[in-house]
Design a protein around this ligand. Structure first.
Ligand SMILES: NC(=O)c1ccc[n+]([C@@H]2O[C@H](COP(=O)([O-])OP(=O)(O)OC[C@H]3O[C@@H](n4cnc5c(N)ncnc54)[C@H](O)[C@@H]3O)[C@@H](O)[C@H]2O)c1
Ligand SMILES: O=C(O)C[C@H](O)C(=O)O
Length: 360
């Protein structure tokens, strides 16, 4: 009978690998020696990028971690949370993909979770309940994002950072201020994830037009809350025109997509599964950019000069340094221009709120 092989290396390394398989949590959850053993395991992994998910045990974090474990561009996946990472890590580590998974629990392990990462995705924080706005989450989530970004500035200042935690219109400015304070700010590497707005726009519009949503592409600009979410239906691909009633209905449904899910979940949280799907689509685009693929273009809420506001969501081209190019908004109809003015007004306040929180 064939014996099981545990990869290359000398006997000590093989024993370490076997030990790690027998007790993966001990290996992942303790000090430096164990981390060195974990690194020796990582050599068996596929070549690719190192990705950390902060808030990995949550409603978004779990399916996001699962989908990132399936991404062939990811060689090492670090799962960090303040709760339940041993279970989530053990579960996901049994998937027979090339990605090596390690878990990190609690703030004393944040630095180990972040060291050496190429991409950090942040879905940590509380979600909405019915009747709440995203801004109602500010008091809790602002501090969480600030602390996590301080860790990033210290341990992986060159990583691309994808911020999912709400209110995105304020948490991205908070992250920027933390990085500025630490002297590590690179506006090309900070992106607020608005991909779910694009995913919803493509889905809802395809439904109305009787098209396959995979064939539809609609830029969504502005921000990620209510009227700051501005779908540019006039720029739809494939080209297509809408009556003013259709445009008003679709715009409102896209702007309220998050609330639609919050109400349907009736107190059990907000979008998690569609968000994990959208986050992976976006993270994969960031990694393809880092790899050097051409023409990787997605919408995101980023440091921007496209409008007079310091942050704005629009189409960006992703490359080896993160954001390589930010596209202007392009031609808009009267309905969209009016929407833009309303969006900017609200966005200005949310951005300012984030900046003053982080600089106080
Ligand atoms: N950008 C978007 O499009 C979008 C879409 C959906 C949800 N969200 C936001 O994502 C966030 C998470 O949503 P969810 O449904 O996954 O919530 P959740 O409560 O299910 O999960 C949040 C996770 O964060 C963890 N956490 C809390 N404090 C932490 C800290 N200091 N460090 C690390 N982890 C910490 C929790 O332990 C939990 O596991 C919310 O703010 C929500 O509003 C954004
Ligand atoms: O709506 C929410 O609170 C979560 C998220 O921002 C969403 O758009 O689904």
């Amino acid at each position: 009978m064939q014996h099981q092989h545990y990869g290359g290396g000398d006997a000590t390394q093989r024993i370490a690998r076997i030990a790690s398989h027998l007790n993966p949590h001990k290996l992942q959850m303790e000090g430096n020696t164990d981390l060195e053993l974990a690194n020796c395991r990582a050599k068996g992994g596929s070549s690719g990028f190192k990705v950390a998910i902060l808030g990995a045990s949550g409603g978004i974090g779990q399916p996001l971690s699962m989908l990132m474990k399936m991404n062939p561009l990811v060689s090492v996946l670090h799962l960090y949370d303040v709760a339940n990472t041993p279970g989530v890590t053990s579960d996901i580590s049994h998937m027979d993909t090339g990605t090596v998974v390690r878990g990190f629990l609690g703030s004393q392990q944040l630095e180990n979770a972040l060291t050496g990462m190429d991409l950090v995705i942040i879905p940590a924080g509380v979600p909405r309940k019915p009747g709440m706005t995203r801004d109602d989450l500010f008091n809790i989530n602002a501090g969480i994002v600030k602390a996590l970004c301080e860790g990033i500035a210290k341990c992986c200042p060159n990583a691309i950072v994808n911020i999912i935690s709400n209110p995105v219109n304020s948490t991205v400015p908070i992250a920027a201020e933390v990085f500025k304070k630490a002297g590590t700010y690179d506006p090309k590497r900070l992106l607020g994830v608005t991909m779910l707005d694009v995913v919803r726009a493509n889905t809802f519009v395809a439904e109305v037009l009787g098209l396959d949503p995979r064939e539809v592409d609609i830029p969504v600009v502005g921000g990620h809350a209510g009227i700051t979410i501005l779908p540019l239906l006039s720029q739809i691909k494939p080209p297509c025109s809408f009556t003013s009633e259709e445009a008003a209905y679709l715009t409102s449904r896209i702007q309220n997509g998050g609330t639609e899910v919050v109400e349907a979940k009736a107190g059990a949280g907000s979008a998690t599964l569609s968000m994990a799907y959208a986050a992976v689509k976006f993270a994969d685009a960031c990694l393809r950019g880092l790899r050097g693929d051409a023409d990787v273009i997605k919408c995101a809420f980023v440091p921007s000069v496209v409008t007079e506001l310091p942050f704005f969501a629009s189409k960006v081209r992703l490359g080896r340094n993160g954001i390589e190019e930010i596209y202007t908004l392009g031609p808009m109809n009267e309905f969209e221009r009016a929407g833009l003015e309303m969006a900017k007004k609200e966005l200005a306040g949310s951005i300012e709120k984030g900046i003053s929180f982080a600089t106080k």
